[in-house]
Design a protein around this ligand. Sequence first.
Ligand SMILES: [Zn+2]
Ligand SMILES: [Zn+2]
Length: 556
Amino acid sequence: MPAGKLHIVPLGGLGEFGMNCMAVRWADDIIVIDAGLMFPEVELLGVDIVVPDISYLLENRDKVRAIVLTHGHEDHIGGLPYVLTELNVPVYGTEFTLAYVENKLEEHGLLDDAALHEIRPNERVEIGPFTIHPIQVTHSLVDCVALAVHTPVGVIIHTGDFKVDPTPTDNKLFDLHTFAEYGKEGVLALFQDSTNVERPGYTPSERAVRRKFDEMFAMAERRLFISCFSSSIHRIKLALDLAYEYKRKVAIVGRSMSESTEIAEDLGYIEIPDGLLIHPGQIREFPPDKVCVLISGTQGEPMSGLSRAAVDNHKHAKIEPEDTVVLSSRIIPGNEKAIYRVIDHLFRRGAHVIYEDNSSPPVHVSGHASQEELKLIINLVKPRYFIPIHGEYRQLKRHAELAASMHGAVGHVVMAETGDILEFDELGMRKAGRATVGRVCIDAGGAAGEIVEELVIRDRRHLSEDGIVLPIIAINKLTGQVTAVPEIVMRGFAPATENGFMDEARQTVLRTLEESSNEEKGDPGLIKEKIRQELKRYIAKSTQRRPLIMPVILEI
Ligand SMILES: [Zn+2]
Ligand SMILES: [Zn+2]
């Protein structure tokens, strides 16, 4: 690239939901803002997570100076283990964000080699030709920042994820002043979160859920199960505070939920009075009206605590008639079916189920800015260029329209997508070609998370190298009975058959079915996932191969 030009290259998150990642380059120095993942869509069977293709960074590996994180959500940090494996550069983030990162890297055996640097709101850091100024913002997670990046051609501001919450539960205020000061000094470009651009008005404060939670605690006559994202520290704090007030013991079910709670306690975001927490194994030792269970699985994930409890297949979390179950989270588009299936099961157990149904007071509020908040920031920052980020194409487009309607506050509005190279210099901004971008699918079953290749090539390679295994199971829809011995069809995968591989594979399927309740068997999503995992384990163990496994359930 010519000297004297700033290149900004979104590597993920523009025109797609998740895997946020953006490169900022001046000559021979590159910094990367966020390295997120995307959860695979249902069609991507056999893949656990999706991360951005970082070819652009690898082609310039000697120039990449650092990754700077805005906050600790998976769509911003989830790609780190993969990126750092390919490119071990220093990582900058706030205290809380780094605590999540540490856990994540530890899991992948990458922590010892990682260089983590803490940043604090309002403390500037110099990296190469850039000065990074973290600005405190509010969001559904704690310790989140926007980034003002001083470059030789001007200041750019990346909002990260945010909403403007005037009454955050941790009392760490959104730093509107700093945004306004930058607006006065002049900002070259504003890159702003588009997630909630379709919502008019203001997003309610995180405090708005307190009324509903209070009501739930007051009304619940038996056990109270509360499910939220493990990163919803505000929500976990609220549940713990109220449980203490209402004299209920708290059991935390789910590893991510307990890890997250532990981090939040260590860093002083929540206080847990002595004796409040009990082990999940102790739930039944206390009267039902003296227990509250925090449980993971708001999105109907097949193997999560809540999904298992919903079909009465959790060792400790038993849901009984008249218990109350609360899903304090958004229903992420694409997950509706799985979530409503879990809710159906919960109702069948006789539980009272409370979930987001637009009633008031709300059981969940969003962490992203609605239209009026987006306009407020644009007004304060008054950028020369405005570029919507974090959204699918329609959201970016709506956000661009919203900004374009604000005459006087914005110079130019630019629609960019993942891979566009945005070039800035003293003459202005233009698109200067495309970088290689794409999605990399990762099968987390492998030791350090095995990369399963680019999506398009992936299936082909996977099939040609390891083949495909289709267990076909016929289940009677009414009785939940398996009507015949499972059929197993294999293509491009031929293990030595003399050692009884087929029989054992069929037995594995049958055993999985036997160990599942009728309700589980009546839930195709759940039972398929169970069979896939069991069979994957058996095949990997007996053949050291990893064919694509796609269970087929015939309901007859
Ligand atoms: Zn976020
Ligand atoms: Zn996000």
